[in-house]
Design a binder for this molecule. Structure first.
Ligand SMILES: [Zn+2]
Ligand SMILES: [Zn+2]
Length: 345
């Protein structure tokens, strides 16, 4: 991702309220233990990952058959496993004061402060085959003198750039995988050693890298990324139309009108820094009208902590390639994704 300072501004510059949890004193656990939310009191729209099933999909897209509903439920759960919580303990001096349009950048008034902000992100790729990568590792705590010292993997996570701005914040932050249960069981935490691989301030996207010697974690995430890719390519094959030119020489790909429902959308995130939740809603069809790296918009329940979480449009299966980080609440639960291309297959 290249920074967009010298490019035309994104098609939609409208920015609303960022959805970073500003004081995340207590991470994980269910939302029922969080009181004081004024945006979505009681959080009835948020479904714990372990409860999510085909019935939710069927009530959300009642026109779909059993097989498609099962397929969508399986896909959403696969995507959900890649979603992470990110806690950032300090606000870097590297943050800009304003966006390009002159409006204040999130936390610009608190640069240098120690806060405990929390957002979300998702794994896009794991580098390293079965035995990992070769060469010097960049993690902060290589297990020196052990057989694992030279076996490591690089995990690439995408979030919104206003959640983790630069290397200072990335190095200090904590990323938590698989925090799906009320008691936090099964979660895996990496601290230290994070780095920004690429970022685009105006598009609000950020790629973070973590190096780890945790073979089990790397293999599990790699398998999830592979499953996601296979599923997306299968859907692409199902929904594309191959058209021959009048002379019969060229082929071009187009998108068939086959739809799983007109404009469904899913957000998977860690609202208020708690455990992982899935919320369902609709994307705005007009915002998905062309294959361009622009943000899209949707009406799906989100709360502080959802910034950087995964937004999956399902207007057609084809659009699922466009999964991106949640960027802002434009108004209430009407949200906007980051821009740029983020699909990794
Ligand atoms: Zn809330
Ligand atoms: Zn290392």
């Amino acid at each position: 991702m290249e920074d967009s300072k010298n490019k035309d501004p994104p098609k939609t510059c409208t920015r609303g309220t960022h959805e970073v949890e500003e004081q995340c004193a207590e991470a994980g656990g269910p939302l029922t233990s969080y009181t004081g939310c004024t945006k979505n009191p009681g959080h009835p729209q948020f479904i714990p990952v372990y409860e999510f099933n085909t019935d939710h999909v069927r009530s959300w897209t009642p026109d779909e058959g059993h097989q498609t509903a099962d397929e969508i439920a399986g896909a959403v759960k696969c995507f959900a496993e890649t979603v992470v919580r990110i806690r950032v303990p300090l606000i870097s001096d590297q943050r800009p004061d304003t966006w390009a349009d002159g409006r204040g950048y999130p936390f610009a008034d608190r640069k240098g402060w120690r806060l405990n902000i929390a957002g979300s992100g998702f794994v896009v790729k794991v580098y390293g085959q079965h035995d990992g990568l070769e060469g010097p590792c960049k993690c902060d705590n290589c297990p020196k003198g052990t057989a694992e010292e030279n076996k490591y993997w690089k995990i690439l996570v995408v979030t919104a750039r206003h959640v983790v701005y630069g290397d200072n914040e990335a190095r200090a932050c904590e990323v938590v995988f698989f925090d799906d249960q009320s008691d936090g069981s099964g979660s895996v935490t990496l601290t230290g050693g994070g780095a920004v691989e690429g970022g685009d301030t105006e598009e609000d996207g950020c790629e973070l890298a973590w190096y780890t010697h945790n073979r089990k974690l790397a293999h599990r995430l790699k398998n999830l990324c592979n499953r996601r890719s296979e599923m997306l390519f299968r859907w692409f094959e199902e929904t594309r139309v191959v058209v021959r030119s009048p002379r019969g020489k060229k082929r071009r790909l187009d998108v068939s009108p086959r739809s799983v429902s007109p404009a469904t959308a899913v957000v998977i995130s860690h609202p208020h820094g708690r455990m992982k939740y899935i919320s369902l809603g609709n994307s705005d069809p007009d915002s998905l009208s062309d294959v361009k790296p622009y943000p899209f918009t949707y009406t799906v329940a989100t709360c502080p902590g959802s910034s950087g979480g995964l937004v999956l449009p399902l207007g057609t299966h084809y659009y699922s390639f466009w999964f991106k980080p949640h960027s802002f609440s434009l108004s209430g639960n009407h949200g906007r994704s980051a821009g740029g291309f983020f699909y990794y297959c």
